[in-house]
Design a protein. Structure first.
Length: 269
């Protein structure tokens, strides 16, 4: 992976993480840096962004931490401007923001539903609105959006708004790829399946009798017999952002251990 993005600059939204361990956003930001890129780590929690940037700089790579609220266009635009001032260019836009709110239309109040759409889909709209003029002017750039297997399949979790908004992210990615292909801009989507991240312990564990039961059940979901981890998502993003994927655009790539291919769990062996 080292050197794939040498000389490139990345702005990664949702890159912050303060606690020990690895979130998808933190792993992606660090993976981009290890591949040679300068990385602007953006998060609504500036301390979390600083924590991720600190990991990168401690390894001898270049990073800055910025705060932005992806539901606010002015905030996003400010973060993009700060990145351009620091790096001089933005070669890769990475959108990692996502939140799950449990419940179907009957259970969700309207405010929560709208918040899901504003975060999961609206973040892609606002970051692209801010970054695309720069990429169009340079006639080059890559957009990487992080979706979810819930955008393609029923995963067993009742999150109507999350599934709908991430499905919209998939098609938005295709629309971006096609509209801006002639300007030298590629757009692809990573579609993670069951990934073992700190967020599942906050957002999904309540659906199970215990954390141990959640881990066992999620491992059983995956044909390979185990959940993935944030580095599986990060490595896919780095590949799609690199020149090694220069002829790939408009793709929604499952990173799911075969989960999207199965209609039922595989028998134990």
């Amino acid at each position: 992976m080292r050197g794939q993005l040498e000389g490139k600059s990345v702005i990664a939204f949702g890159a912050g993480f303060k606690a020990d361990g690895w979130s998808n956003g933190k792993a992606a930001a660090v993976a981009y840096a290890r591949a040679g890129a300068r990385v602007a780590c953006v998060d609504i929690d500036e301390e979390a962004a600083q924590a991720t940037a600190g990991v990168i700089t401690a390894e001898g790579h270049d990073a800055i931490a910025l705060r932005a609220d992806v539901t606010d266009l002015a905030s996003v635009t400010q973060a993009v401007a700060a990145t351009l001032q620091w790096a001089g260019a933005i070669d890769v836009l990475h959108n990692n923001v996502g939140v799950t709110h449990m419940g179907g239309p009957v259970d969700l109040d309207e405010r929560t539903y709208e918040l899901s759409m504003a975060l999961n889909l609206g973040s892609v709209y606002r970051t692209c609105k801010a970054v695309l003029p720069h990429m169009i002017e340079r006639r080059q750039g890559v957009i990487i959006n992080i979706s979810s297997l819930a955008s393609l399949r029923w995963t067993g979790y009742p999150y109507f708004a999350y599934s709908a908004s991430k499905a919209a992210v998939n098609q938005a990615t295709v629309a971006l790829a096609m509209q801006y292909a002639r300007q030298g801009i590629r757009a692809n989507c990573v579609v993670p399946g069951a990934i073992d991240t700190p967020l599942i312990y906050k957002q999904i564990a309540s659906q199970y009798a215990s954390v141990d039961e959640m881990i066992k059940a999620r491992n059983r979901m995956v044909p390979l017999g185990r959940m993935g981890d944030p580095w599986d998502v990060a490595h896919a993003a780095v590949f799609l952002a690199s020149d090694e994927a220069r002829f790939i655009t408009g793709v929604c790539l499952p990173v799911d251990g075969g989960q999207s291919c199965a209609m039922a769990p595989l028998a134990e062996t």
